[in-house]
Design a protein around this ligand. Structure first.
Ligand code: NAD
Ligand code: IPM
Ligand code: MN
Length: 355
């Protein structure tokens, strides 16, 4: 096991710096406790990079990302840039594409301590444990764009190879979980959906121990709330995965709870970021929920750095803090970002005995 890592921090815009700062403290505490050294470099992405460096991500930052062991990102996006030709979000898309991070893992589980506070009935939520596998470098996000005054289009393209590689990630994940993949598409209307379905069927042949079913995306959106326990691994394309993961955030109870890992071929650095955005409405209040970013740091230790022990310490810190009632306002609580960070840090370093 390696015990020293180079981490590139890209806090970004809005609440990004607040939640990345909290995650950094938690990582430091957990890493130190387990004898791991973290070497950080911090750079700009998004609106702050446009302002200071003239582009949403510089070539140098992309090079530094490629040279790192992993990237921990906050969020990008700011209303000031809504009418600008170059948007902060372009920096994130370029980073994902440049690192070849085609598989975006978004784990969604019901959290026992938060179930009573949810708007969804406890019996629907108890036991929910879903892994959304979202294709991240293809589809309408990256196809040719035409943007005129009176006409606009976004071309959505998928190749067999693009579908196949992300499908393999989903099937392999299912083998280590409950052995079920639900592939979500719009095969009744879209050509990309029909290709998607047929490639997933082909890939399924290589994983006889995994059950596969296909659900149209509109029905999947409904089933996610009606019967979320029917899903184990949910495999889907870029745009559908973006939308369904925000919807799924209501299962744990807030956008502030969902972490993500964006992975390419083995050996390339992964990108770890919360699913939520820059939350312009709460910037600077000190109330941003840092759990999603802290849990993203845990995914980083597990998926990119080969240190499940550090991941486990961080996740333990999160569960104990939640059980103890540390909640930001989005979870119905009144704790600050800093109070949550301190609570998680304390329990992340408390060792195996604490549950
Ligand atoms: P958002 O996720 O930023 O916010 C949606 C709602 O959830 C807001 O009310 C916000 O206050 C709340 N929220 C989100 N994260 C929270 C947290 N950690 N703690 C407490 N409350 C939280 O989505 P939006 O408002 O649609 O988008 C704002 C900007 O963020 C846009 O520019 C968008 O492009 C960008 N964005 C970036 C990312 C990313 O960087 N990965 C993801 C989504 C949106
Ligand atoms: C996400 C975000 C991004 C996406 C935006 C900011 C480009 O919404 O990571 O979910 O759509 O992928
Ligand atoms: Mn999104």
């Amino acid at each position: 096991m390696r015990d020293s890592f180079d981490i590139l921090l890209l806090p970004g815009d809005g609440i990004g710096p607040e939640v990345v700062g909290a995650a950094r403290t938690v990582m430091d505490v957990a890493a130190e406790h387990l004898g791991v050294t973290l070497n950080y470099e911090e750079r700009r992405i998004g609106g702050t990079a446009i302002r200071e460096e003239g582009a949403p991500i510089s070539d140098e930052t992309l090079e530094r990302a490629k040279a790192s062991d992993a990237v921990l990102l906050g969020a990008v996006g700011h209303p000031d840039f809504d009418r600008e030709p170059v948007r902060p979000e372009a920096g994130l898309l370029k980073l994902r594409k440049s690192l070849g991070a085609f598989a975006n893992l978004r784990p969604v589980a019901a959290i026992p301590a938060l179930i009573p506070a949810s708007t969804i009935k406890p019996e629907v939520l108890e036991g929910v444990d879903i892994l959304i596998v979202r294709e991240l470098t293809g589809g309408a996000y990256f196809g040719e764009k035409v943007e005129g005054e009176d006409r606009a289009s976004d071309l959505s393209v998928y190749t067999r190879e693009e579908v196949e590689r992300v499908a393999r990630v989903a099937f392999e994940a299912a083998e280590g979980r409950h052995g079920r993949v639900t592939s979500v598409d719009k095969a009744n209307v879209m050509a990309t959906g029909r290709l998607w379905r047929s490639v997933v069927e082909d890939v399924a042949g290589d994983y006889p121990g995994v059950a596969v079913d296909h659900v149209l995306v509109d029905a999947a959106a409904m089933l996610l709330i009606r019967d979320p326990k029917r899903f184990d691994v949910m495999l889907t394309e870029n745009l559908f995965g973006d939308i369904l993961s925000d919807e799924a955030a209501m299962l744990p109870g807030s956008m502030g709870m969902l972490p993500s890992a964006s992975l390419g071929v083995p050996g390339t650095p992964g990108i770890f970021e919360p699913v939520h955005g820059s939350a312009p409405d709460i910037v600077g209040l000190g109330t941003a929920n840092p759990y999603a970013t802290i849990l993203s740091a845990a995914l980083m230790f597990r998926h990119s750095l080969g240190r499940p022990d550090v991941a486990g310490a961080i996740e333990r810190g999160v569960s104990v803090a939640l059980e103890a009632g540390f909640r930001t306002p989005d979870l119905g609580g009144s704790n600050s970002t800093e109070e949550v960070m301190r609570a998680v840090s304390k329990w992340a370093a408390a060792g195996e005995g604490v549950t």
